[in-house]
Design a protein around this ligand. Structure first.
Ligand code: G6P
Length: 472
């Protein structure tokens, strides 16, 4: 038995370095980093887009050959396909819809046409590799039509689907003209899963109303198939982050950073550049804090790591210039010769640098306006190891359900952000350590491996039940 993970992006990203030469680096984003570190006993394959445009068959062959060493199988997409399926339907229609950004939703027929076309291409590439008996795990909103396509293309396979972003309430989901097609696409899976019970509840209610189905608790019967729905909160590779500071290189980096930031307190935030992450609200909340608490002048800084993302989508490019402006204005107003209030990094950090930053940060400020889960919050807690630290977390992140010992804020309320920063700065060390331990215990149990194993085990149980059912 083999496991096939299918996602829009592969965990490795190719970039062109010259004539027929490519460099391969880790992909960014929750899904690729989370699933990329999976360590399972089962033979694992991965199908997805390698993140690069190829001009010739020879280039495709070079990339295919390199990736095949890892059992990765590329799906090559043209610039028009990326523009309309990825930047278009996935990230200008479904993404704002699922994150409740109604006014950011763009509809174009061509987006939908390409979304169908690219899901079909994923289907065709997958069908070349997948055989009866395999387990197939489709990931996320870019591929919602794929489960049903695969169900028709390859017989006797188990299909699971995981939705990594929020599933919105029916009242919002119903605005999509293609609501029926998308839900029918998902119904090709045996198991459809979400990070939280709330997302699952929204999905069930949308499926009941749009497709006129009747669920019995977590399952629904369609023909001779039973489809199950469940919630699995995704975790991180806990040991990787928890043990990182034991590496001399990381410790040296952390010492160097500590020296650089002087002895003032450091607040850290790390996100992909995305309007759902609440970056502008967060900066304004910090500004309010500076304005109302001059006693902290030269004593606290905010370091923002913002990873470039989807910069061809207009709403993302617009946000970038607003962030630049706002940070420029705050630094212009408050900086002194000895102090920069906001450090701004618009690029990704390599792993050692990132964990060193997590480790030395006194506070992590994680305030998305909506977030399916948010793994940064968990990475911060793990990387602190035995040191004190405070997590300020948005109640709109899926992670808030598990991380109840953090300071929970409504990210829309700038005064709450301001107050949370003050409370975090004044929290006694004993209390910080106590909360940290409690949250570390939870996330060390609910790791990404456990998440994946739980999902695949449930899929196997369902398969066994269905085999039994079909034999009757
Ligand atoms: C979110 C989505 C993932 C995606 C990630 C990065 O976390 O749920 O599916 O991998 O964003 O997005 P990108 O568009 O850069 O692949």
């Amino acid at each position: 038995m083999r496991l096939f993970i299918i996602s829009n992006r592969l965990p490795l990203k190719a970039s062109k370095t010259g004539n027929n030469t490519f460099e391969f680096t880790r992909s960014e984003g929750g899904l690729a980093t989370g699933l990329g570190s999976l360590d399972m006993e089962i033979e694992k394959h991965w199908i997805g887009w390698p993140g690069v445009h190829t001009e010739t068959d020879q280039e495709k062959e070079i990339i295919t050959e390199h990736l095949s060493k890892f059992n990765f199988h590329p799906v090559f997409l043209s610039p028009e396909q990326i523009e309309n399926y990825y930047e278009g339907y996935s990230n200008s229609t479904l993404w704002p819809l699922c994150h409740y950004f109604y006014s950011y939703i763009h509809y174009k027929n061509i987006y939908w046409e390409y979304y169908k076309q690219v899901n079909e291409i994923f289907n065709q590439v997958s069908a070349l590799h997948i055989q009866p008996g395999d387990i197939v795990w489709v990931q996320d909103y870019q591929l919602m039509l794929l489960p049903q396509m695969l169900r028709n293309a390859v017989k006797k396979i188990s299909i699971g689907y995981f939705h990594h972003i929020p599933f919105p309430s029916y009242e919002l989901f119903r605005v999509l003209p293609e609501r029926d097609e998308l839900l029918n696409g998902l119904m090709g899976a045996d198991l459809i899963a979400f990070h939280t019970h709330d997302y699952m509840r929204h999905f069930v209610s949308a499926a009941e109303r749009v497709l006129d189905l009747r669920f019995k608790l977590d399952q629904v019967q369609i023909g001779n198939r039973t489809i199950f729905v469940d919630a699995f909160p995704m975790g991180i590779n806990y040991d990787l982050y928890h043990d990182a500071i034991l590496e001399p290189e990381v410790q040296a980096k952390a010492d160097e950073l500590k020296k650089m930031y002087g002895n003032h307190k450091l607040i850290l935030s790390v996100d992909r550049l995305d309007y759902s992450k609440g970056i502008l609200h967060r900066i304004k909340g910090f500004e309010l804090f500076l304005e109302n608490h001059p006693e902290f002048k030269e004593k606290v800084s905010l370091a923002m790591i913002i990873v470039p993302s989807r910069d061809n989508v207009k709403s993302y490019a617009d946000l970038k210039s607003k962030i630049d402006k706002l940070i420029g204005a705050i630094n212009g107003k408050y900086s002194t010769i000895n102090w920069t209030p906001v450090y701004y990094f618009y690029h990704s950090f390599d792993f050692n640098e990132l964990v060193a930053m997590y480790n030395i940060a006194d506070i992590a400020l994680v305030t998305p306006l909506r977030d399916g889960m948010n793994l940064v919050a968990k990475e911060y807690l793990a990387a602190k190891r035995d040191s004190p630290g405070v997590l300020i977390l948005s109640e709109m992140a899926g992670a808030a359900i598990e991380l109840t010992e953090s300071i929970i804020v409504n990210p829309n309320d700038l005064e709450q952000i301001e107050k949370a920063i003050l409370d975090a700065l004044q929290m006694p060390e004993q209390e910080q350590l106590k909360n940290m331990k409690l949250m570390q215990q939870k996330i060390s149990r609910q790791t990404v491996n456990k998440w994946a194993n739980d999902f695949v085990n449930e899929l196997e149980t369902i398969r066994n039940q269905n085999v039994a059912f079909n034999k009757k």
